[in-house]
Design a protein around this ligand. Sequence first.
Ligand code: XBP
Ligand code: MG
Length: 259
Amino acid sequence: MADLRALLFDVDGTLADTERDGHRLAFNHAFRERGLDWDWGVELYGRLLAVTGGKERMLFYLERFRPDWPRPDDLAGFVAELHKAKTRHYTEMLRKGAIPLRPGVRRLLDEARGAGLRLAVATTTTPENVTALLDSALGVDARSMFELIAAGDLVPQKKPAPDIYLWTMERMGLSAEQCLAFEDSLNGVRSVRDAGIRALVVTVNDYTRNEDFTGATLVLDTLGEPGERPEVLAGPMQDIGPVDVSLLRELHRLAAADA
Ligand code: XBP
Ligand code: MG
């Protein structure tokens, strides 16, 4: 069995709860600024999350909810411009510290680095969004914590396609058996599984809690901080303390044995 060598992290929903009070608000800000009558409420946004990627999500919104909205000739160009404005609003929010990391994330990153595990990010979001989050939530040397930040349009197909995980592992010279991934959503789980990674921890959030996480090794409400007991929603153990490196090694072993 291969040793656990690397932890691969999704960003949105996993490192931080960015969707409802981050991305959603930034989209709405960009829409208003452009004079559009588009307004993504909390419930509608949950439905739009079926599609990953901001540009792709806007096109999905038009197709599904606004069939009568008059399309500009260059729809792709229009959406790309709108998305740039959205990214500007989003990164401004993050730089003001609007969104903290989820509980246990900082603790686990520090511990994993100390244990010699390699760390990387594999996400569909725009690269500037990741650096804005890490810089504001982790401090100035945050980016050096991760060996690789794989994000956005680097790969042809976003999650649920496995492309971003495959690209990350190839760039780092890792096999799927050497990795453990962290996700928060069904689209993320599909991406991880189709990349051949068996060891997978899901931490749910309000948007994803009721999704089907079949194939995840462990499903939790949170990674947990010292003194807390994460709620186990699915997995091979019921009573656990905060997620730490020794638990991850055990999960990695169980996932390999199950393969
Ligand atoms: C995250 C996303 C992202 C953000 C928007 O999915 O779907 O699209 O909502 O980011 P995952 P951009 O957590 O599965 O990677 O607007 O920068 O595309
Ligand atoms: Mg996510």
